[in-house]
Design a protein around this ligand. Structure first.
Ligand code: SF4
Length: 501
């Protein structure tokens, strides 16, 4: 949106076209510039497809293509090493220098705007909201001021790309200026989305909260536009730091004076239990009851560690009368080209099981205890057994727990109960080491007759059987008037990767 501002009507007055995905209509134009943003490094394949499409749109003129964003910054060398992309500029970090410098333009070859050493750096321009209207895709949050009160972070957590991307913690210039500029150009926005990595670490934390209140985002604030009044919302959408929040109730008391919703706090491993729990209690005391929580897993944690964290949230919900939605987020190293990383205490099968459970819950661990118990089990050991179940049982729970599949699940459970712990481990590792179509080979890979008997339960269902099961389940849900769990719009995580096998 900032690049569009640089080139658009209020900037260089160039024609700007915004694409999401491949829109073949652009192939009939001769474009001077094509900018691509990259996000997660594990989306390498999709990013590569976009770059190759851009090369087509640029008629092979690699020097007209600029790729920036997170993956291009974190894996800059890997992008540059691709021979077919020679000549493309892969930009690291922010465009916070003069445009000609940030975009690495070559004055000698008289590139477009290569003499632009005077304009405001693109990073500091007001985002151009109008480009969002150029595509059909509906972003869940658009009626908002998007900005930062701070960049960077005081910490350097090993799993996080922020230290490398943004460096040390620093405050930005006034958010009032950004909000005022957006309002002047595009009218007032309902919400305020702050993408700070760690606002609580800012030395100006109290001033930032005061500024937010002064901008009209105090507790309970509303906005009236064209005769309609709507509740306003402030969202620090990258979360706030429990290790700082737990030190002084002041932080959450201050945050409770703005229309914060939800309060997002990360809970990355069970070792953070104490600060996390204290922060949640401070939040509840301050009257903040709508909470959201990212939970890293598949890093140094184990399934038990993840379960303990999820369960703690359920307890806190019940005890404090609050609502914490948790989002387990699967760790992937920030420089891996796919999602293949397997943490030391996880394995491929357990990760896939977790993904299947999350698909059914739309990626969320809901605060409702009964819902939680059904999805994740009543104890750590139940959770582990759930993860070790044949996937057809997880994926079609209604059929196997309530309908015609019941006898098969009962039989499986009674055979499984005959295994000791090391046999259970052996079973799951035999399965985990193989792709589904190779499961039958696991039978000959063990001498244990109890395990041999259980392996066929893991075989995948054929299409016709699966369809029959789905039809029966759909019919059952209709009959029983099962109410589907609806994820609030502002809680949706677009790239949770739940659909990826
Ligand atoms: S505190 Fe958050 S933003 Fe900062 S390094 Fe750790 S995970 Fe990243």
């Amino acid at each position: 949106m900032k690049i569009a501002q640089y080139h658009g009507e209020m900037g260089k007055n160039d024609l700007v076209k915004f694409l999401k995905g491949e829109d073949k209509s652009v192939l009939s134009f001769a474009w001077d510039r094509i900018y691509i943003t990259s996000l997660f490094s594990f989306e390498w394949k999709k990013t590569a497809d976009s770059i190759n499409f851009a090369l087509k749109a640029a008629n092979g003129h690699a020097d007209r293509i600029f790729v920036g964003g997170i993956a291009a910054s974190l894996m800059n060398e890997a992008f540059k090493a691709e021979p077919s992309w020679r000549g493309i500029r892969f930009i690291q970090g922010l465009l916070d220098n003069a445009p000609a410098i940030s975009l690495q333009l070559d004055d000698f070859s008289e590139e477009l705007y290569s003499d632009d050493y005077e304009s405001t750096p693109i990073e500091f321009l007001t985002p151009d909201y109008s480009i969002l209207e150029q595509i059909d895709y509906d972003y869940s949050v658009t009626d908002a001021y998007f900005t930062y009160a701070s960049r960077g972070c005081v910490r350097s957590c090993k799993f996080c790309g922020v230290p490398k991307l943004e460096g040390k913690q620093r405050d930005t210039d006034s958010i009032s200026q950004v909000v005022g500029d957006i309002e002047k150009l595009y009218g007032p926005k309902k919400d305020l989305i702050l993408m700070d990595n760690n606002v609580t670490a800012s030395g100006k934390f109290k001033e930032i909260m005061a500024e937010i209140r002064d901008l009209g985002f105090q507790k309970g604030a509303t906005l009236t536009r064209n005769g309609t009044t709507a509740q306003r919302r402030v969202d620090f959408n990258q979360g706030v730091d429990a290790r700082i929040l737990c030190k002084d109730p002041m932080f959450l008391q201050e945050m409770s004076t703005i229309c914060l919703s939800p309060l997002r706090i990360a809970f990355d491993h069970a070792g953070l239990r104490k600060p996390y729990e204290t922060a949640i209690r401070f939040a509840a005391d301050a009257g903040l009851s709508n909470l959201s929580n990212y939970m890293l897993y598949n890093f140094h944690d184990s399934p038990e560690d993840l379960y303990e964290r999820m369960k703690l949230n359920i307890h806190l919900n019940e005890e404090l009368g609050i609502r914490i939605f948790s989002f387990p987020m699967r760790y992937q190293p920030v420089d891996l080209k796919d999602r293949s990383h397997i943490g030391q205490k996880w394995n491929r099968y357990l990760l896939r099981s977790m993904q299947l459970i999350l698909q059914a819950t739309h990626g969320i661990v809901s605060g409702a205890p009964s819902y939680f118990r059904r999805a994740f089990g009543d104890s750590e050991s139940e959770f582990k057994e759930l993860l070790a179940l044949p996937h057809k049982f997880i994926f079609n729970r209604t059929y196997y727990e309530e309908l015609d599949g019941k006898p098969e699940l009962i039989e499986y459970k009674s055979e499984y109960a005959k295994l000791n712990d090391s046999e259970k481990e052996e079973l799951v590792s035999l399965i985990s080491d193989r792709l589904p179509k190779q499961y039958p080979t696991a039978v000959n890979a063990t001498k244990n007759s109890k395990i041999k008997k259980l392996i066929p339960f893991f075989y995948h269902l054929n299409g016709a059987v699966e369809r029959k099961i789905w039809d029966q389940q759909a019919e059952y849900r209709k009959r029983a008037k099962v109410i589907e769990f609806v994820v609030p719009e502002d809680e949706k995580v677009e790239d949770a990767g739940l659909e990826v096998a």
